[in-house]
Write a protein that binds this ligand. Structure first.
Ligand SMILES: Nc1nc2c(ncn2[C@@H]2O[C@H](COP(=O)(O)OP(=O)(O)OP(=O)(O)O)[C@@H](O)[C@H]2O)c(=O)[nH]1
Ligand SMILES: [Mg+2]
Length: 578
């Protein structure tokens, strides 16, 4: 029996060969093919070219020049934000529930309203790998969710979801303002107690309470039960109840409550210096405590209370976040000096390079790996470090302190750098004068920084150490005042000061770039002579300080574009890091 042959009609497209589809793309976008060919050619010719100036530049294998002098389409957009302000709302607590047991043959069951869930808290954690605050800045307002209300059958409400803020290592968090409903309620209660104390004293003295003024304010629930004013902001009433039901009800004194974890909050006002990665989050603001269900208020005289308490409001914090990048080496130089090219030649960074000023508009960090990933160091050092980081910031122009160019704002990112590397262009102007001008701008930056009113508050900075095993001091009073918690204080109770080494005391060296260009030897020689004179104390230190660091000042001639001479820099940095 003959079988009918199955016949399939398949679309032709999926069977098009890969080569055919590629050629179709090339037809559609001919410029792409050109770019690819250009890349191939440029790599070939660049590697074949010998360096023109062999005297200054040490012999080294020439790397792929397209990496150090990249074509424009190689640039990746880098969104960077180093400052932002964010408002955060901790969740408020859910309300307690008014309910009673309902069962067959139980006519008037006991109260069984559940407690409200507590509100979600706000936590912060530093994470390695993050480099910018732009994600946080984009959010603007953060809200932790509210706790759910309690339910009948003694069911407690679900607690609100927390908010975790992840920030880069090196973020400084400062409080701008806070609105804490619990704290405000306590302040009101204290005021009322003061006022009632004064009124009692006056009653005793004059014996005429009718003459007194201003004593009607505030909750007087226990004093005058027959004229109860129901405080709806504190109590949830049974839905079927009428105000007249509460005429004879004596409401208990209700004090604002906090969650127990609120004792872990840092002292107000918040000032945190998060300079290390944290393995667990730190609580910034605990959510409001949940309200209590009606069983909490049953007494011998009132077995079935018709009310439950409301949840507490959550705290609102307005915080300022500032990122101070933590790099071991900070590159300081004029625009177009070749800082970014140097960073690219030393690291895998993809910082933008261009032959015009202000190519770099935001700081970039690159990491130099100094071991071969097999435990063997490529650079011998006593410090046994396997890597160090370099920060490239936008160039400094003359009179940057007068807000010329991009100003001095970015210099705060090299505030914490252990070593300063001055990048001077040998092919453009006098490198000695360039170096002096850069030091002058650094001095001006320090002067402006110290004049900053915020720096006066440095005493209150908490350099939070996530690795310390000491727990924050427990609160003595459960209804604590904000100042009762201290975090990582010194034994004498004072807060540790955030230490910033003055810039002139930091080790520094000079990177003389563009040494491959013609007529740069004389400039380099003059620079070297000047630096040895500074080291021997024959001329004034360019910072103008007598006690400035001048132990091992040197200049490294490099052609960052060809990647030549740059291998001296990791060795030098490792020596200085020791
Ligand atoms: N010949 C030569 N050119 C270099 C060298 N280093 C950098 N350049 C060129 O100098 C120009 C500026 O380099 P960048 O690395 O962007 O300079 P920059 O200091 O980062 O500039 P800004 O970001 O504006 O501050 C680019 O065209 C580089 O190719 C070098 O060693 N030799
Ligand atoms: Mg640059």
């Amino acid at each position: 029996m003959a079988h009918a042959r199955p016949c399939f009609f398949l679309p032709v497209r999926p069977f098009l060969s890969r080569q055919a589809s590629c050629s179709r793309i090339l037809l559609q976008y001919p410029q792409k093919a050109c770019i690819a060919r250009y890349r191939l050619q440029s790599t070939k010719t660049d590697t074949a070219d010998p360096p023109p100036n062999d005297e200054v530049v040490p012999d080294e294998p020439s790397p792929d020049l397209s990496h150090l002098n990249p074509p424009p389409e190689d640039y990746s957009r880098f969104i960077f934000q180093d400052k932002c302000r964010v408002t955060m709302h901790a969740g408020s607590g859910g309300h307690g529930c008014v309910s009673y047991l309902r069962e067959k043959y139980v006519e008037e069951g006991p109260p069984n309203g559940g407690d409200g869930g507590s509100g979600g808290g706000i936590y912060i954690q530093t994470v390695e790998g993050l480099t910018s605050l732009h994600k946080l800045a984009r959010r603007g307002v953060l809200r932790a969710s509210r706790g759910r209300n309690g339910q009948g059958k003694s069911k407690g409400g679900k607690r609100g979801d927390d908010v975790l803020i992840q920030v880069p290592v090196g973020t400084v968090v400062r409080e701008i303002s806070r609105h804490d409903p619990v704290e405000e309620a306590w302040a009101r209660i204290r005021e009322e107690e003061e006022a009632s104390k004064v009124s009692k004293e006056e009653q005793e003295m004059f014996g005429n309470p009718n003459d007194l003024e201003g004593l009607e304010d505030g909750p007087r629930e226990t004093d005058e039960p027959e004229f109860n004013s129901i405080r709806h902001d504190r109590w949830v009433l049974h839905p079927s109840s009428k105000p007249s039901d509460f005429l004879m009800v004596q409401f208990p004194k209700s004090y604002p409550r906090r969650q127990n974890i609120a004792a872990m909050e840092p002292k107000a006002p918040i000032w945190l210096d998060l300079s290390k990665p944290m393995d667990k989050p730190l609580l910034l603001a605990a959510g409001g405590a949940g309200g209590l269900g009606n069983p909490h208020f049953s007494t011998r005289t009132m077995g079935r209370p018709k009310f439950a308490s409301r949840g507490e409001g959550g705290m609102t914090l307005e915080l300022d976040f500032e990122l101070k990048l933590l790099a071991d080496v900070g590159l300081v130089g004029k625009p177009n000096a070749g800082k970014s090219t140097l960073l690219r030649s030393l690291t895998n960074s993809r910082t933008r390079v261009g032959n015009w000023e202000f190519t770099t508009l935001s700081p970039h960090i690159g990491t130099v790996i100094t071991d071969d990933m097999k435990g063997r160091p490529l650079v011998e050092s006593k410090a046994r470090r396997t890597h160090f980081t370099i920060a490239d910031i936008p160039g400094l122009v003359e009179d940057a302190h007068l807000d010329r160019g991009l100003g001095l704002g970015f210099l705060r990112h090299i505030d914490r750098a252990g070593i300063l590397a001055f990048v001077v262009d040998l092919s453009h102007g006098d490198p000695v004068q360039e170096l002096k001008k850069l030091w002058h701008e650094l001095g001006e930056y320090e002067r402006v920084r110290d004049m900053d009113p915020n720096s006066a508050e440095d005493d209150s900075v908490i350099d939070w150490n996530p690795f310390s095993n000491e727990d924050p001091e427990p609160a003595k009073n459960p209804f604590r005042e904000p100042s009762s918690v201290t975090l990582n204080t010194n034994p004498d109770g004072s807060l540790p000061r955030l230490m910033m080494t003055p810039l002139h005391l930091k080790p520094w060296f000079v990177v003389a770039t563009k040494a491959d260009l013609e007529n740069t030897q004389d400039q380099y020689r003059a620079l070297q002579e000047y630096l040895s004179a500074v080291q021997n104390g024959l001329v004034e230190h360019p910072s103008g300080h007598d006690k400035a660091w001048k132990e091992k000042i040197c200049a490294v001639p490099v052609s960052a574009r060809r990647g030549e001479g740059v291998s001296r820099i990791p060795k030098l940095v490792m020596e200085l890091l020791e």
